[in-house]
Design a protein around this ligand. Sequence first.
Ligand code: ADE
Length: 273
Amino acid sequence: MRLDVVTIFPEYLEPLNVSLVGKARARGSLDVHVHDLRDWTYDRHNTVDDTPYGGGPGMVMKTEPWGEALDQVLADGYEAGRGAPALVVPTPSGRPFTQELAVELSERPWLVFTPARYEGIDRRVVDEYATRMPVYEVSIGDYVLAGGEAAVLVVTEAVARLLPGVLGNAESHRDDSFAPGAMANLLEGPVYTKPPRWRGRGIPDVLLSGHHGRIARWRRDEALRRTTAHRPDLIERCDPAAFDKKDRETLSILGWAPEPGGRFWRKVEDVEE
Ligand code: ADE
């Protein structure tokens, strides 16, 4: 997979040389190109922004540097024989970045990222390239960052670990908390390693029992416990067919019950409200 990132802070993308993404690059699974947007400015101050039409606070990134940068990056990639590019535009007004979207992006041969600073990029840039290629406007969460570079790192890491051969063990994705098509998207429960006692704290006995069935059940119950506490929305969204008899017992102990009619599980206080 080829990745291009156009940014006014190329040094912000240094982490792409480290850890899993760095190894994927070294092994040739990822071909990363980081570009300085200011290379496509021609004035003394290397201006990339201007005041917004219609007034208001902040500055807007200008069309010309982005247009020239993207034309060149796309021409270089095409010349290198890359397939169909997709533009990934990090923005707090994008669609939520999910594991499902990470899987979709991991199946594309070439991603071009356009992390913005200030109030974002002049809309005409996205509209222009959307006539030529798929554009994914993505938000990594309901908060506003100072720029899209951190979002590029997040998306790249989520995508890179899905590339064939990068994690080493294809099984490892299947159990991801948000793996698409999983029966139930549950958060993973706690994990432990040696030593067996630390500061007076032990390990749940079941994990030392060697009894695979009981261990799997314990993990499932812990996942249900954690998900009801941190992400009740995931339980409510779940197809109730994904809950077996023991899941239902656990949910009931945690204070959840099926809605009258039996389709969804809800925290009991909510049902009574
Ligand atoms: N740029 C600023 N905030 C962002 C967010 N939450 N997601 C993606 N890009 C952003």
